[in-house]
Design a binder for this molecule. Structure first.
Ligand code: NAP
Length: 449
């Protein structure tokens, strides 16, 4: 059965496409949510009456700015910075910053839009936003990264605040970049406002488990889905795309729970190691030395590297797309299912094209959509904000217990909402509906603003 937009909602979607020309990723993210909402408007006609859909699709504020900086050869470089403050019905805008050459307004808006519903699913008091720049951190020196981050924050700081807008990391933004940005914020404002950014270092306001949270959370979510079939991760062969923050800690938790990862990747190609990817090597290459994944072969001669290869050709029982948007297309999804894949945990945001999603749904495998499966990162960012507000720091195990409970609750909520609205087993519908209802009720209560 193909998904479609309810006829009452279709004109709203057409208007959104018209008002946001060329922003194809944003259109894709909006369409995916709107396709779930037909039955919601039947149960809650007041949402239509107060034009909640039209309002939730229009960002509250969009900021675009120049980021000038000087490279090591003393050339002036200019990048573009973005912050889309999408929705603050549930709390301060919360969402990461992405530094990647592909960044433009349409990418930031798709990510910000997703973030609204993801954050709502956590049950925590956070609104949705996202930001970033078309700056490419690859090949830049330490000093160039620092100068860029400082220039970026010199404009962004005026829009932030622990009660207003709280960024974090995303692709190309990890602990190092968060450090430079927080330093510049502190310098400009003369305030040690730890709760203004998350993903901080452990010695200066960060939270144990934040680094691991998105990856761990996505494995917890898959584990919960498997439980509904009396199954678990132990003994399962997995493929995890990417080799960045989300990917590394997805692999770590899979190993802890008794699974094996046979392939991971970066944007140049993928590595296949039938003995199981050695995580210590990947961490050394990526977290410490910032090298390419193909160098894995220098330490594990029996592994194989496929330059520009398609990682989804590797047969697996569970796939964790954890690199970037639209990395699984319809053909890849069909191949995964044909090769015996029984579950998908989306660590990356919108990693599957609409054709791919439809194939997963039609085949009735366990499909854990991004806004539910990768919500552990933002949830733990919120735990970091709580610790900052309390001037406290929690232990790893205590924080992990909280994360695992949050992921279980998100799973159960999506499961129940899917059933309640007539699509049992469809976690995508469950996630969209549950997130949308929570945000909409808050928007309704606060009037037309
Ligand atoms: P990261 O540490 O920068 O790692 C990204 C990984 O994906 C790298 O291995 C990178 O390879 C690969 N990649 C990036 N763009 C690619 C492209 N266009 N084609 C192929 N591979 C590509 O970023 P991350 O924080 O792990 O984020 C990964 C995904 O998870 C993103 O979709 C992000 O939005 C999502 N996410 C992250 C968090 C979080 O807490 N960090 C939370 C929720 C969702 P190269 O090094 O070769 O570029």
């Amino acid at each position: 059965m193909n998904s479609h937009i309810d006829e009452k909602i279709s004109p709203i979607f057409q208007e959104i496409i018209k008002r946001n020309p060329g922003e194809v990723e944003f259109h894709q993210a909006v369409r995916e949510v709107l396709e779930s909402l037909g039955p919601v408007l039947v149960k809650y006609p007041e949402f239509a009456h107060r034009k909640i859909i039209e309002r939730v699709c229009e960002p509250e504020r969009q900021i675009i700015f120049r980021v000038p900086w000087t490279d090591d050869q003393n050339n002036v470089q200019i990048n573009r910075g973005f912050r889309v403050e999408f929705n603050s019905a549930l709390g301060p805008y919360k969402g990461g910053l992405r530094f990647h050459p592909s960044v433009y307004l349409g990418i930031i808006k798709f990510l910000g839009f997703e973030q609204i519903f993801k954050n709502a699913l956590t049950g925590l008091p956070i609104g949705g936003g996202k930001g970033g720049s078309d700056f490419d951190p690859k090949g830049k020196s330490e000093n160039e990264i620092m100068r860029f981050c400082q220039s970026f924050m010199t404009e962004l700081y005026r829009h932030l605040g622990e009660h207003t807008d709280v960024p974090a990391g995303d692709i190309g933004v990890g602990g190092r970049e968060i450090g430079y940005m927080f330093g510049q914020y502190k310098r400009i404002t003369n305030r040690y406002e730890a709760g203004v950014i998350t993903g901080k270092g452990l010695d200066w306001g960060g939270s144990l488990l934040r680094k691991e949270a998105t990856g761990y959370g996505s494995v917890f979510f898959v584990q919960e889905m498997l439980k509904t079939k009396n199954d678990d991760i132990s003994g399962k062969v997995c493929v995890v795309s990417g080799s960045g923050n989300v990917s590394i800690y997805t692999m770590e938790k899979i190993y802890e729970l008794g699974g094996t990862v046979v392939a991971c990747s970066d944007s140049n190609g993928y590595v296949y190691d039938k003995k199981g990817i050695d995580l210590a090597t990947v961490k050394q290459l990526k977290e410490v030395e910032r090298r390419r994944i193909k160098d894995y072969l220098q330490y594990h001669e029996s592994a194989r590297y496929f330059e520009r290869g398609n990682i989804w050709e590797v047969p697996c029982q569970i796939a964790f797309p954890s690199a970037t948007q639209n990395e699984i297309n319809g053909k890849d999804a069909a191949l995964l299912v044909k090769n015996g894949c029984i579950a998908i945990g989306e660590g990356a945001n919108m990693p599957t094209t609409p054709e791919g999603v439809q194939i997963f749904l039609d085949s009735k495998i366990l499909y854990g959509p991004a806004k539910a499966a990768n919500a552990g990162g933002v949830a733990t960012s919120t735990l970091e904000m709580m610790q900052n507000a309390m001037r406290d720091s929690w232990t790893f195990d205590y924080t992990q217990d909280k994360l695992s409970k949050i992921m279980k609750d998100i799973h159960d909520l999506c499961y129940k909402k899917a059933e309640e609205f007539g699509s049992p087993g469809n976690y995508l519908k469950g996630a969209n509906i549950a997130g949308f209802i929570r945000v909409s009720k808050a928007m309704l209560a606060m009037g037309v603003i």
